[in-house]
Design a protein around this ligand. Structure first.
Ligand code: DOR
Ligand code: ZN
Ligand code: ZN
Length: 403
């Protein structure tokens, strides 16, 4: 087959190292098949899925179940995190780190109620050499801020302010505590979804990624949306941590340039639109984004807000290095071709109808973009072409399939 790629860009496939594909147990919101198709359409060729499913991925047995589902259903390469609980630490510590990407710790509460305390983190830091990926947001601070406003003013914090206020201080408190602990114990820590300017002071941009002990992720929604978007999108935009101010967003974009932020993921976290209706307090947090992450970042490139080099470094190369994907690779002489062809100037508008995620809505609906994904290759085979996913899945590769 000959592809006319004149005027197209050939890019490496995106490795999305933070997604919630909801499989098993929450498959009315999304499943590995539907969400990996959406990923494929967005130029994502590998994903690493979080453990807050039902049952949670907190044992090797649950991990193996997920791997089995993915090997039957995923349209892209895949990997998984194991989740920490107070009761599974010995199993986690002994687990073979060739089988999973890292240990996810919920140091803060969100979908799935998997929150753990400082003692659990400490135990993992002192007795395991796995990569620890942490959701850092101190819930007690959030509750206290909300309560103190209520007490002072006799009403709930106004909508367009509370997502920020409830979480700016909470993020800093949790992230700084975790960074301090990791330094003390010399453990390998990756802070997930950094969302504020003030946390950036905790990270060092001067070392190459491979030499860093503490690394940081941000996610596409924090680079695209800011406080002003709550007026339009309301609780649909609710996520943990919350999307913050324009100032925070700009600081995060700069932190890509200064290397204080190491990776960009999506935190793709679909909920049904029905579930997202209602007051900010009652709706679940999380927003879908996997299908539009690369085109949205390429729009920021076009606007001059970030360079194409940084986008590819943070979305493709850095996750491969950080999660040792090239070293765990299933091939010794070179790599399978995970690639994307992009038409950089073919304007289109995102809508719920263009959205392949099972939830069928997108916070980006109505946004006009210029870059279109025309082809996605997974392991050398075309899987997505001119707006359509191929009929044949043809056996996807396991990202961490060394055994
Ligand atoms: O907003 C969020 N949604 N944050 C998380 O950490 C989890 C995610 C989800 O699973 O819905
Ligand atoms: Zn999280
Ligand atoms: Zn997440």
């Amino acid at each position: 087959q000959v592809i006319d790629a004149s005027d197209l860009w050939l890019l490496p496939g995106v490795i999305d190292s933070h997604v919630h594909f909801r499989d098993p147990g929450l498959t009315h919101k999304g499943d590995i098949e539907s969400e990996s198709k959406a990923a494929l359409a967005g130029g994502v060729t590998s994903f690493i899925d979080m453990p807050n499913t039902i049952p949670p991925t907190t044992s090797i047995a649950a991990l193996e179940e997920k791997r089995k589902t993915a090997s039957e259903k995923a349209w892209t390469n895949f990997g998984f995190f194991l989740g920490a609980t107070p009761d599974n630490l010995n199993e986690l510590i002994q687990a073979d780190n060739q089988r999973f990407a890292g240990i996810k710790i919920y140091y803060g509460s969100t979908t799935g109620n998997m929150m753990v305390n400082k003692e659990v983190v400490q135990k993992l830091m002192t007795s395991s050499n796995h990569l620890l990926v942490v959701h850092a947001e101190d819930d007690a601070v959030i509750q206290r801020n909300m309560a103190s406003y209520r007490e002072q003013f006799g009403e709930e914090l106004p909508f367009s302010y509370h997502p920020m206020i409830r979480s700016v201080e909470a993020c800093y408190k949790a992230t700084s505590a975790l960074v301090e602990m990791a330094m003390r114990h010399r453990s390998r820590l990756h802070i997930a979804h950094v969302s504020t300017a003030n946390e950036l002071a905790l990270f060092d941009g001067s070392k190459p990624l491979a030499e860093k002990q503490i690394t940081a992720e941000t996610c596409v929604p924090y680079l695209w949306f800011d406080q002003r978007d709550y007026d339009r999108l309301g609780a649909r935009l609710k996520s943990n941590p919350a999307i913050k101010s324009e100032n925070d967003r700009k600081a995060l974009l700069q932190a890509l340039a200064s290397n204080k932020i190491d990776t960009i993921a999506t935190d793709h976290a679909p909920h049904l639109l029905d579930e997202k209706q209602g007051s900010y307090f009652n709706v679940p947090s999380g927003i879908p984004s996997v299908q539009y992450a690369l085109p949205v970042m390429l729009e920021l490139v076009r606007n001059g807000q970030v360079s194409i080099e940084k986008v590819l470094e943070k979305m493709c190369y850095a996750p491969a290095t950080l999660f040792r994907i090239h070293r765990r690779g299933y091939i010794r002489k070179g790599f399978y071709a995970d690639m994307v062809l992009v038409d950089p100037n073919n304007p289109w508008t995102i809508s719920d109808e263009t959205t392949l995620s099972k939830c069928r809505w997108s916070p980006f609906a109505g946004t006009q973009l210029h870059a279109r994904i025309t082809h996605t290759f997974v392991n050398g085979k075309i899987k997505f072409e001119n707006g359509a996913v191929h009929d044949q899945r043809n056996g996807q590769a396991l990202l961490f399939n060394v055994k």
